[in-house]
Design a protein around this ligand. Sequence first.
Ligand code: KG4
Ligand code: ZN
Length: 341
Amino acid sequence: MKILGIESSCDETAASVVENGRVILSNVIASQASEHMKYGGVVPELASRRHCENILPVVQKALEDANVTLEEIDGIAVTYAPGLIGALLVGVSFAKGLAMMADKPLIPVHHTEGHAAANYLVHPQLEPPYLGIIVSGGHTRLAEVTDYNTFRTIGKTRDDAAGECFDKCARAMGFPYPGGVHIDKAASIGNPDAFKLPKIKMEGNPYDFSFSGLKTYIVNLLHHAEQCHDTVNTNDLAAALQREIAVTVAEKTIAAAKEFGYQKIALSGGVSANSGVRSTLEAACAKNGFQLYMPPIALCGDNAAMIAAQGYYNYLAGITADESLNAAASKELRGESAQCS
Ligand code: KG4
Ligand code: ZN
């Protein structure tokens, strides 16, 4: 079964054809990052306009690269939430029109579920149940993935996502948007022991995350240094920040795997490209005898192959939509437990 995936939740217009949820036949991404760079972050109106311009050629190229016609596609999967509402609307409207015109099933995909599905594209042996840790620019979430369509959230961010923390700290350090990758590079030549960062402490659910305090501490530190005309070694600061985030993610993930009895752990999301997050979690899993699955760097960030992969499993479970499908800037995951914070 061939699913066409469409993704436009932020600043990447993407389309992909995936076979049986596992094999990528094409994967096209038109990134706008260089355009948003001069503003230091994504400008929503600009993103929507670029999606409008890019979506048709990107979808056409995805079909061409896969060497399939629209008639040969079995379903059209689209990210409908969460994300920038104007950006999401472009993908959702396009997918609805295409599905109606070609008389194909329309399959709604939650962006976070999509990130988790990136692992299906490279790990044929990975099947639920497993513990998912999804770390991106908008979300940080630990969830029991009990089947392909059901996520039971164990913990999530109460404020900033890890990627947001990376990006805002990177901006304060003078790195261009998106800053996470620059922190990663700087950290590789920095000394993490040069700064003592505050340990993140929270009351309540021990599996929740909070990164806004860390962000504020670093932004204030840099601001104070600037006022005092002091220089800050940004490589060292980046290394300290990266270690703090990586250790927090790894500690909570390992503790959750032990408490909830999971041996299989799957990391995903844009921040799963971070070398410190990968190596720290890898070492912690090896130490505890857990099996860790991670996407290759190319499938960590936003792409449509992960949407098509999840779309396949949604379709098999009967999760489809009609022309009333709407985009949503925020949306809980299917199967998400209401009592989780
Ligand atoms: O999943 P994603 O592409 O978009 C969202 O769904 O949010 O994640 C983007 C986030 C950004 O914050 C970006 O800076 C971060 O992932 N990121 C990284 C790295 N590569 C991307 N953060 C740290 N280290 C990296 N190597
Ligand atoms: Zn994403």
